[in-house]
Design a protein around this ligand. Structure first.
Ligand code: SF4
Length: 727
């Protein structure tokens, strides 16, 4: 088998899947293919890897890789209803023809120019938008947002952070003046108490989960707050299986106990926070007795957990999408921030706030400015000085960049559906699968006059494209990525790309030049990079660094040498700062702001027609929309198809046996998939992973947005589940 092959070449890099950012070594065989992968001693993993990192690599060698640019044949309609099916070779040929790079790039650029000219003539806002990727490098994200802002004259640029932690980011920016994690994940080793809420790290941050398990073994008290009794419940001091969507009730009850019983840290509150009075008054009504029936956790347990958190020497809070993917996601995160601030459990090792980032580079892509309201390093687009600095560095006439934020992911899709956005550039994202109310999203994408997709596979989104540009997979290029701990790491090219696939950054540079921008980085088409900071991908990094105070002290040569450095890093001698906010916050007055959170129900609640709650999420073996992991042989063999998980008693009541086909319907759509029993789920709740095109969970989900973070309620909607009628 693969393990017996001698490896001719060994290349150290970073895992392409989750935000833990494990370092790994690619072993490359004589055919320039990855033979196997081993974990190496990176700061986040110390040699550990999970099943995705260890076995999820051969997607890069899949026969389904795109190897030549594709152009939609004239007159061939886009069918949003066919998106769930993989195209047969004949169907593919009927829709697309192969093209040279020159022709495909010319066509891609011309479509955007047409769209821009049409609206300029009518004096309207830019009709173009771009979705970049949290799966690419920092340099790719930086170039992508620069292209959209410079060439398309708009801040309509976003990426999957909007569907992930946008609400956490909104609350952290408001409360602490910065959205970064305060402490690295491995700080759980220094925590006496860990509150893990709305996250399932055993599946989604598996190596991170091992650090949590190790900490528990050494005596850390773990409280898992999650409607699902997920794997870490076995290691927890307490599992709070609260009612889905009742986070604010649960957390405000904890705050109530801490305030009412005098367990706050008055010295910390006085020195480092403001608006404590607002919180004190607000949580007075949230007694554990009043909240117990709302959240489903008894009052005595709420008191015990609140006391344990507040009185621990060091207590840390970790959270995931169970907190953020709600219409009250920002409120959920406000409560977590308040818990840390009123108790002073922040600013020391083993304390603080850590929103577990999902994608391997969602932190870095956000830092690089792939967000509609901010430029690199979170400089607000409304800040004239920041815009001026970017314009000068990018060689744009003063006043080119607008002061109004652009549209976010779901807003862009809605605008496309209304015909206001007519052209889109999508790099490495798959909105036809990842966006809420996927049927609506697919209609919007199909209705675009011009859709250009840069990707490694013909994703569900790419099937609706006019031009498809084949890109490099992670092991085929060099660049930097930033993990959930704010650690910038170097990914190194290990193998060549198939056919004519080219580096994403090269593609972006080529498009920029065709759209009239004088970009001269000279990015290598084969994705290679070198220690020389003056050219190619390194020159992109150095330009980005000039706009980003957080990495000022991390030059490309230093990154090349050291491989991993945690920002903020002020100068070349600065080792980096794993724990931040040790003495106040980067807000205008240096204080953390306490913001009360009201109790609001989910946007759609169960009723007789749709009586169950649907929770969507990931699985250990499959990553997001499955475009990579479902083409990784080992991972696909372990989890080959979609399932809807139900508590056995709920399934029995609905007349469903394990393995039987269930029809799951919401107000937005219907899918059919087999039932799996899972007694870790609460009653009357269904869980469906969103990785499967043949039964796409997002056909069902609710696009209602959190009003602040603009994140959709992917963790809660009402569904009906019943046996699929057999005819
Ligand atoms: Fe990759 Fe995350 Fe698994 Fe580490 S924990 S090997 S980064 S998927």
């Amino acid at each position: 088998g693969a393990f017996a092959k001698p490896s001719l070449k060994q290349v150290d890099s970073v895992c392409p899947f989750c935000g833990v950012g494990c370092q790994l070594r690619y072993h490359v065989d004589e055919n320039d293919r990855i033979a196997h992968v081993e974990g190496i001693a990176g700061p986040a993993n110390e040699g550990r890897l999970c099943v995705k990192g260890r076995f999820g690599f051969d997607y890069a060698h899949s026969p389904e890789r795109l190897t030549r640019p594709l152009v939609r044949r004239a007159g061939v309609a886009k069918d949003p209803l066919a998106v769930g099916r993989r195209l047969t070779p004949d169907e593919l040929r009927a829709q697309f023809r192969e093209a040279s790079w020159d022709e495909a790039l010319d066509l891609a650029a011309a479509g955007f120019q047409r769209a821009l000219q049409a609206t300029a003539a009518r004096g309207r806002a830019s009709p173009v938008a771009g979705f970049g990727s949290a799966k690419g490098t920092n340099e790719e994200a930086y170039l992508f947002q620069k292209l959209v802002r410079s060439a398309f004259g708009t801040h309509n640029v976003d990426h999957c952070t909007r569907l992930c932690h946008a609400s956490s980011v909104a609350a952290l920016m408001e409360g602490l003046g910065s959205a970064v994690v305060t402490n690295p994940l491995r700080d759980v080793a220094h925590a006496d108490f860990v509150l893990l809420i709305g996250a399932n790290p055993a599946q989604n941050h598996p190596v991170g989960a091992t650090w949590i398990k190790n900490a528990v073994k050494r005596g850390t008290r773990l409280v898992l707050a999650d409607p699902r009794r997920t794997e870490l419940a076995r290691h927890a001091w307490k599992h709070l299986g609260f009612q889905p969507g009742s986070d604010v009730a649960l957390l405000n009850a904890l705050l109530h106990v801490i305030v009412a019983e005098g367990l706050t840290d008055p010295a910390y509150i006085a020195a480092h926070t403001r608006d404590f009075e607002l919180i004190r008054e607000h949580v007075a009504a949230f007694t554990p007795e009043a909240m117990a029936p709302v959240c489903g956790i008894d009052a005595a347990t709420l008191r015990e957990v609140a006391r344990a958190y507040a009185t621990a020497k060091n207590a840390m809070i970790l959270w995931g999408m169970g907190v953020s993917q709600h219409t009250h996601g920002t409120d959920n995160a406000r409560c977590l921030i308040a818990l840390a601030l009123v108790t002073g459990q922040i600013g020391r090792p083993g304390t603080g706030l850590h929103p577990l980032r999902g994608q391997n580079n969602v932190q870095g892509a956000s830092d690089a400015g792939l967000i509609p309201m901010v430029l690199p390093d979170y400089a607000r687009v409304g800040d004239g000085a920041a815009r001026g600095k970017a314009e000068a560095l990018w060689g744009l006439p003063a006043g080119t960049l607008g002061s109004e934020p652009g549209l976010t992911v779901v807003e862009i899709v809605d605008a496309a559906h209304r015909g206001e956005i007519t052209a889109m550039l999508v790099q490495g994202e798959n909105p036809a699968m990842s966006d809420p109310d996927a049927t609506h999203a697919r209609e919007a994408l199909a209705g675009l006059r011009h859709l250009v997709v840069i990707d490694i596979f013909l994703t569900e989104t790419a099937t609706l494209a006019d031009v498809v540009l084949p890109a490099t997979a992670w092991p085929e290029k060099t660049g930097s990525v930033t993990n959930t701990d704010r650690c910038v790491q170097l990914g190194r090219k290990a193998v060549g790309a198939p056919g004519e696939a080219r580096a994403d950054a090269w593609i972006t540079e080529q498009l920029a030049q065709r759209l009239g921008l004088a970009w001269r980085y000279g990015v290598a088409p084969d994705g290679s990079g070198s220690a020389d900071a003056t050219q190619g991908i390194a020159a992109v990094y150095e330009e980005m660094r000039a706009l980003m105070p957080s990495i000022r002290g991390l030059s490309w040569p230093r990154l090349w040498r050291e491989g991993a450095v945690t920002y903020p890093v002020a100068d070349e001698a600065d080792p980096g700062q794993p724990v931040v906010f040790t003495d106040g916050f980067p807000t205008a007055d240096g204080r953390g702001r306490l913001v009360p959170a009201a109790l609001t129900p989910p946007a759609e609640t169960p009723d007789p027609q749709f009586p169950l709650v649907l929770i969507t999420g990931r699985q250990l073996e499959h990553w997001h929309t499955g475009s990579m992991t479902r083409r990784a042989t080992v991972l696909d063999a372990i989890e080959p198809g979609p399932v809807v998980s139900l508590h056995p008693q709920t399934a029995a009541r609905l007349g469903l046996r394990a393995g039987a086909a269930a029809r799951v319907a919401s107000r937005r759509g219907v899918i059919t998939l087999p039932v799996r029993f899972d007694d870790a789920l609460p009653a009357d709740t269904a869980f469906i992973p969103f990785a499967y095109r043949e039964a796409a969970a997002n056909v069902l989900t609710n696009p209602a947005l959190d009003p602040v973070g603009k994140i959709a309620e992917l963790k809660y909607c009402a569904v009906d589940v019943r046996p699929e009628a057999t005819s």
